[in-house]
Design a protein around this ligand. Structure first.
Ligand code: ATP
Length: 442
């Protein structure tokens, strides 16, 4: 069945709330714009995505060092990077209703999209969240909630060199919260004021000519592979070359990996060759030498950096958007999330056919315990009729439902496994169930 794209976001947001994936931040107090709270299913979905990212970019490799730096950093970090002076978006205000907009999002730069009033002059609005550390509020106690995780890695580069003595090329990796005081948070998880990033600073020897290109290409490929790991449709992913005029001045090449969100094709991740800009700036600003000593050649230099940067919440939204499906099954309209088993918050659900038959419930509990030990996120459900239980599991994207019925006990020791996408049911022996389910997970 066709879903109009503009309805689709509303439907996803409503499903997320109804089924405990994502709630509005501070909801009982009327919310807080640009913040979202993950409920139990959303949290597992997010962790599954983080886990696949860690697997591909850290655990399966030998050249990655994962860190978890503090969110609050010395203000000098953000002075050095230029965030204090220049991390801003163009802001305009309606002279009549006083509403504020990001200037580059207005269709008519002179007219307020809300009341039709006159739009005032453009100002630069700094997106850093400022705070003060300790009891004294003065210039020296200023700190900022980090607007990106990247700098937490650059400032730990020396610690990693001194403690692990890695050979180039190697990467620093980090997953963590970032904060931006966005002028207009919108499109659900896409543009929030508090969000999570997964970033890598991949360090290479200062390249001769095009030596950096193969590394850049292989990271780009891994970004696409990761998108497939989390179940995104490759057709919806578009690596876009960013033109020189639109790149940060220090970037020699940038690719925005865009995705077909329900509200249009927009940036999901980014990949940038940042040269030696960040480490050089931190070295100049802190007065600490951030050079790398090549033990073989005895050369000293500041490494160059290629940065794959992922927005975790945007990845969650992309996964939800590709998974959201409406169809008809047995003459009934149904909504389901076609998650890849890799990311599905519940891997398998186990049901006794009837709630009031102790033998069935006992056997179902046994099967549940066995699967839970293997797959972790397994649910037991004996509420209402089977059809209702299937519908609930379909809506949260559970790939398989296992039902224990009278035949299981009286005849064949087998259970019914029902496939979420096709509704097809097959009998599987309990002894082979674990292998059967495992075989369906990539
Ligand atoms: P945009 O142009 O959409 O504002 P950006 O180019 O400023 O994004 P980066 O600074 O490159 O974004 O941040 C890296 C990643 O962090 C982005 O690719 C995106 O996935 C994520 N991200 C950035 N801003 C937000 C936000 N406000 N809410 C959620 N995720 C974000």
């Amino acid at each position: 069945m066709e879903t109009k794209e503009n309805d689709k976001m509303e439907k996803i947001i409503s499903l997320c709330k109804r089924r405990g994936f994502v709630f509005q931040g501070s909801e009982i107090y009327g919310g807080l714009a640009g913040t979202w709270d993950y409920g139990p299913y959303g949290e597992i979905l997010k962790w599954n995505i983080k886990d696949l990212w860690l697997k591909r970019f850290v655990r399966d490799r030998e050249d990655m060092y994962q860190v978890d730096a503090a969110i609050l950093m010395n203000q000098k970090v953000w002075q050095a990077t230029g965030h204090v002076s220049g991390f801003s978006d163009p802001l305009v205000e309606c002279e009549k209703c006083k509403k504020r907009f990001r200037a580059d999002t207005l269709i008519d730069a002179k007219k307020c999209p809300s009341c039709g009033g006159k739009i005032g002059a453009e100002k630069q609005f700094n997106m850093l969240f400022k705070t003060n550390i300790g009891a004294v509020e003065d210039e020296n106690s200023i700190s900022y909630l980090r607007p990106e995780t990247a700098q937490g890695m650059f400032v730990n580069y020396k610690n990693i060199i001194d403690t692990f003595h890695p050979k180039l090329p190697f990467g620093l990796a980090q997953i963590g919260k970032a904060f931006r005081n966005e002028i207009a948070p919108r499109d659900f998880l896409f543009r929030a004021r508090e969000f999570e990033q997964m970033e890598i600073e991949y360090l290479i020897k200062p390249p001769k000519d095009d030596e950096w290109k193969p590394v850049f290409e292989s990271l780009k490929e891994e970004m696409i592979n990761f998108s497939k790991d989390i179940g995104l449709d490759e057709k919806h992913i578009h690596p876009i070359e960013v033109a020189e005029a639109d790149r940060a001045f220090y970037s020699q090449r940038t690719i925005d990996v865009e995705f077909d969100f329900p509200f249009g094709q927009k940036e999901l991740y980014g990949l940038a060759y940042r040269t030696d800009y960040d480490l050089k700036r931190h070295s100049e600003s802190s007065g600490v030498a951030l050079e790398y000593l090549d033990e073989e050649t005895k050369e000293k230099f500041i490494p160059h950096c290629i940065e794959p940067s992922f927005g975790l919440d945007r990845a969650v939204l992309a996964v939800l958007s590709d998974a959201y499906t409406e169809d008809e099954m047995n003459g009934e309209k149904r909504v389901y999330l076609k998650f890849s088993p890799n990311v599905a918050p519940v891997k398998v659900a186990v049901f006794p056919l009837l709630k009031n038959k102790p033998d069935l419930v006992r056997k179902a509990r046994e099967v549940y315990a066995m699967l839970k030990k293997e797959f972790g996120n397994v649910e037991f459900d004996d509420n209402g009729n089977i059809g209702k239980r299937y519908r609930r599991q379909d809506e949260i994207g559970t790939p398989f439902c296992v039902t224990i019925d009278f035949e299981t006990i009286e005849k064949d020791g087998a259970v019914t496994v029902r496939d979420r996408d096709t509704g097809k049911q097959e009998r599987v022996e309990i002894a082979k169930l674990e292998e059967f389910v495992k075989g369906k997970f990539k």
